[in-house]
Design a protein around this ligand. Sequence first.
Ligand code: GLN
Length: 537
Amino acid sequence: MKYIFVTGGVVSSLGKGLLAAALGTLLENRGLKVTIQKFDPYLNVDPGTMSPYQHGEVYVLDDGAETDLDLGHYERFTNCKLSRLNNLTSGQVYQTVLNNEREGKYLGKTVQVIPHVTDEIQNRIQQLAEKSKADVVITEIGGTTGDIEGLPFLEAIREFALEVGYDNALFVHVTYVPFIKAAGELKTKPTQQSVAKLREIGITPHILVCRCEKPLEVELRQKISLFCNVPYEAVIEEKDVEHSIYELPLMLQRERMDDLVCRRLRLETPPANMAHWQEIIRKLIAPQHRVRIGVVGKYIELNDAYKSVYEAVIHGGIANDCGVEIVKLDAEEIERIGPEKTLAGLGGILVPGGFGERGIEGKILAAQYAREKKIPYLGLCLGMQIATIEFARNVLKLAKAQSTEFDPNTPHPVIALQEEQKKVSKKGGTMRLGSQACQLTVGSKASQLYGSFCIHERHRHRYEFNNAYREQFEKAGFVISGNTPDGKLAEVIELPNHPFFIASQFHPEFQSKPNQPHPLFKGFIAAAHAQLHHKPI
Ligand code: GLN
C-alpha cells in the first residue's frame, strides 16, 4: 500500500482537492486502484449544518455522509466509491477521543493531542486503506500549512510516513507562485517560506506543485528546487487551466508528475492512457453546438454553492457535444423584475436544491415560466418541490399552496414533513440522506432517459410530496413517474405535453461524471438544444 499526502501552503483556494483528484485520474489510468480522502481541520462534525456561504456545497455520498465538496471532485475525476471514511474532520476526531475517554478506554492516562488525537487520525488512514483495498491512498489535508488547527493532522501524517517507510509515503505540497506586476516577475519567496514551515513540523515535501498565472521558467524552477530542497523535476508547474478543470490531469501528465510519483513510490506501471480524457477536453473546448442554461438560485454569487450542479450541466453538454453557458440567476431578482426580463431566450431552466424561504417565490415564477412557455425545466430536490407548488397554485388553482417548510399553516401543504421527521429535533445528519432505490414508471420519460426502471440516487432533504394530493395532481396531468419501491414517496415528477419538464426529489448531480454524464442532465441539455433549434428531440 502506498500513501500520498497533499498539503497546501501560502494561501487557501489553491485547488488541492482538484490536484488530488487529477493525480487520482492519472494513477487510475496507469492501472492502479486509488482512493482519496480529505481531512478537514475545522471542529464541525461534518459540513451538513454549515451555511453554503461558509462552506459551499455539501456533497452527499451513497452512504448518506454529508461531506466536503472536494469529495465531489474525487468522484468525478476517478472511479473511487467513497464512504464516510473518506472525510474526517477535527470535530469527528475529538468526538471519538472524548467518547473513548468517557468509556475509560485510555486506562487512566492523561488524554493528549499527541498521541491520542494523532493516533485517531492515523487510524482513519489505516481503516480506509484496509477497507478500500486500494494500491494508493491519497490524503488531502484541508487548510493551509501554519494554521493552528491543522497541526495535529500534519503531526499525524509525519508519524504515519515514518512508520510505513520511505518508499511507501510521498508528500506533495501545493503552493502559490504569485506574479508581482510592479516587478514584472513571478516570486518564489512565499513558496520557500511555506516549505520552511512544513520542514519545521518535520515534513519534507518530495514534490512541489506550483500554482501560477505565468509559465514557470527554468531559472525559477532551479531556484525553487535549490531553496526548497526538492529535485528539479519535482518542481511541477500548475498554470491556471485555460478552459476547464478537466484539463488538469493532462497538464500534470505533461509535467510528468505521475511518472515521478510512480518512480518515487516504486510503482511499476505503464504510462497513463488518456485518449478518452483528451476527447472530453476536445468536446469542451470546441463543441459542435452551444446552449444557454439558466440556474435559478439564492447563492448564485457563490460559485461553490452549486458546484456539482454546474459540473453535471457541463457533463450533459459533453454528452451532446454542446458547449453550455451557465447563466446564474438570482431568484430574488426574478421576483423583483419578473421572469420575462430574466428568463427569456434561455435554452433551459434549472432550479437546484435549497433550504429556507428566501427566493422561493422567484423560483416558483421560473417554474411557471418554463411550464407555460414550454422551456425545458430540470428541478433538483427543492426544484421538484417548487414545480409541485407552482402546479398546485396555477393549474389546480390552490392559490395558497405551499411547502410547510415555508408556511407551516398553509391551507394546502402540497409539500410537507413525514411523521418520522416531525419528531426530529437534532439538525446534524437527520435528513433523508444517501442513496435509495427508486422505481420508474413504464413508459415515462424518466425511464426512457435512464434506460431502466430501477435506479439508485442520493438524497438530502426533509420534506416530501404530500400524498393527500396525489390523486388531484395526477388527474390534472401531473405525472409522478418515480416512487420509492414501497410506492409511498414521490421521487420523480414530469409533465407530458411539454418538451422536457422533469424534476426529482433526489440529487442526480452527485452521480454525474465527465465520462459518464448523468441521463437526466444529458436529456435536459439535448432538449434545451433541440428547443433552441426547433428540432424534434
Ligand atoms: N428544503 C427542502 C427539504 O428539506 C429541499 C432540500 C434540498 O433541496 N436539498 O426538503
